[in-house]
Design a binder for this molecule. Structure first.
Ligand code: FCB
Length: 514
């Protein structure tokens, strides 16, 4: 992250504190600014979730496991990135993170204590194939096998993301995701996972946030491998979509019980003005950021996210690729954190794209974010901002779930990640308790809107809070805390926050006023 991005994020966090309304997001509780996104208390009290609803958490290997060079694991692009000075805030790494590689029995016991029924985790590819190709490293396979057994013993559904951003460095050295050959390597890896774990795991997703892998990694330079080429972004996106289809088939071939879905990042897009141009820009945002890979899987085609003809030649699209893309999902998984307001920038002269922070907040971008989609997407500040700088906009999850429900003919939906970053820590005056009331409020409001979408007919069967433990937050290092459980990184002590106890009560009662 460069200085300008750093400043933008700090300002966003400061604005969050200043703009927070009286409803409880303010660090000091005396602000009275109006908040158009607030959810009324009676709606929270009346919200109900169906019997059997799967309450869970989501996690990711690099953010939690540590043990970065143990048991034959190869180097990943995140190891390389964090070991490069200047890439991560505070110069920290995920070498140890939450040490979950060793402490997982304790963490699964905590998940059980919170009454969770679904645990979304990811497998670190270079633990299984240290260079991304060839026969599996059985020490890595055995680790995940024990992990899955421990979940099942705790009565928790194991939910596997095959790739949460940790490409074997050796495959990056062969060109990374812009290299089409990676689709086949990825399918081999997916087949290995399904052969060894598919007797117990039935819920699979190939990629966490494929758009971010392609854009933040290859065009925005914000995440590894820090690329800054717009054409590489499109090539990477195409390889990822092909890999999604190939992995789907490889997993189904190896495991008859498998169901395959997704873990897309999505943010509902609202046009900045009522103009036709801004509406069209918001539609392009939705096509590119929300449903690009979903359309590929469901219909074997890309939605038109572009000004003019889709740049299929830049992507390296070949005749017959439609058939490879086509692999209809058994259920649709996506994240919800915040929303975007989108405007058209196609009439301006394109300069150099957006300024991005380590997550995905886009700054000003004359001419648009990239030369193909030509829109500008911003995160508004009408609602309060979390301490991680994202706007609190509970209604967004209702709009998003309702739209996917309508547009994809009422699919089964899983919310794969959803949560907020606040820095609350143990309060010595309260005997070390962590009274993170803003997080509880965030979940109450967001979940009330989700319950409304379910009441209106959306078939949502699971919700995964991001995340179980405070962990390594990518380019932000350890400066953001999203956990229901506090991690003291000096000694690896875990302390359940008030939000964790609250979520545990929600999980048994299917209601929010608990
Ligand atoms: C999402 C990532 C996840 C986590 C949350 C806060 O974009 O999928 O790993 O960092 O943000």
């Amino acid at each position: 992250m460069n200085r300008r991005e750093f400043t933008a994020r700090s300002l966003a966090a400061a604005a969050g504190a200043a703009l927070s309304p009286g409803r409880g997001y303010a660090a000091t509780q005396n602000s009275t600014a109006p908040d158009p996104g607030a959810v009324p208390d009676p709606m929270i009290a009346q919200a109900r979730f169906p019997e059997g609803f799967l309450w869970g958490v989501a996690t990711a290997s690099y953010q939690n496991e540590g043990a970065w060079n143990e048991d034959g694991k190869g180097e990943s692009i995140w190891d390389r990135f964090t070991h490069t000075p200047g890439k991560v805030r505070g110069g920290v790494t995920g070498d140890v993170a939450c040490d979950q590689y060793h402490l997982y029995p304790q963490d699964i016991a905590l998940a059980k204590q919170l009454n969770l029924k679904s645990y979304r985790f990811s497998i670190w590819w270079p633990r299984i194939q240290p260079t991304g190709v060839g026969s599996p490293n059985m020490k890595g396979v055995d680790h995940y096998s024990r992990f899955v057994d421990a979940l099942l013993e705790a009565g928790i559904r194991p939910w596997c993301t095959m790739y949460h951003w940790d490409l074997p460095q050796a495959l990056e050295d062969r060109g990374g995701w812009p290299n089409r050959e990676l689709a086949n390597y990825f399918a081999d890896y997916a087949g290995i996972l399904a052969r060894h774990l598919g007797d117990r795991i039935t819920v699979w997703a190939p990629f966490n946030m494929p758009w971010a892998i392609a854009f933040m990694g290859y065009a925005a330079g914000a995440l590894p491998p820090s690329g800054t080429s717009f054409s590489d972004f499109l090539k990477a996106a195409h390889t990822l979509a092909l890999a999604q289809g190939e992995a789907h088939r490889a997993v189904k071939a190896a495991s008859p019980k498998a169901t395959v879905g997704s873990a897309y990042e999505m943010a509902p897009a609202y046009p900045k003005t009522d103009s036709d141009d801004d509406r069209a820009a918001a539609a392009r945002y939705h096509a590119m950021n929300n449903v690009f890979f979903l359309e590929a899987a469901m219909h074997g085609r890309y939605p038109n996210a572009f000004i003019g003809e889709p740049p299929l030649d830049v992507m390296g699209f070949r005749a017959g690729d439609e058939k490879l893309l086509y692999a209809p999902l058994d259920w649709v998984g996506f994240h919800y954190y915040t929303r975007r307001v989108v405007s058209d920038a196609s009439k301006e002269k394109f300069q150099s794209g957006g300024n991005f922070s380590g997550t995905e907040i886009e700054g000003n971008s004359p001419g648009g974010r990239d030369p193909y989609t030509r829109f500008r997407a911003a995160m508004p500040t009408e609602g309060p901002l979390t301490e991680a700088g994202l706007e609190v906009w509970p209604r967004g999850i209702y709009d998003l779930v309702s739209k996917i429900t309508r547009d994809y003919n009422h699919p089964i939906i899983e919310i794969t990640e959803s949560g907020c970053g606040y820095l609350d820590s143990p309060d010595e005056e309260k005997h070390g308790r962590i009274p993170d009331s803003r997080r509880i409020l965030w979940y109450r409001e967001t979940l009330a809107e989700l319950a409304r979408a379910i009441a209106d007919g959306a078939k949502v069967r699971a919700y995964h809070a991001w995340t179980l433990l405070d962990n390594f937050q990518w380019a932000e290092g350890y400066t953001e805390r999203y956990g229901l459980i506090y991690t003291d990184f000096r000694n690896q002590k875990r302390t359940i926050k008030d939000s964790g106890y609250w979520y545990g009560r929600v999980a048994v009662s299917n209601r929010l006023d608990v």
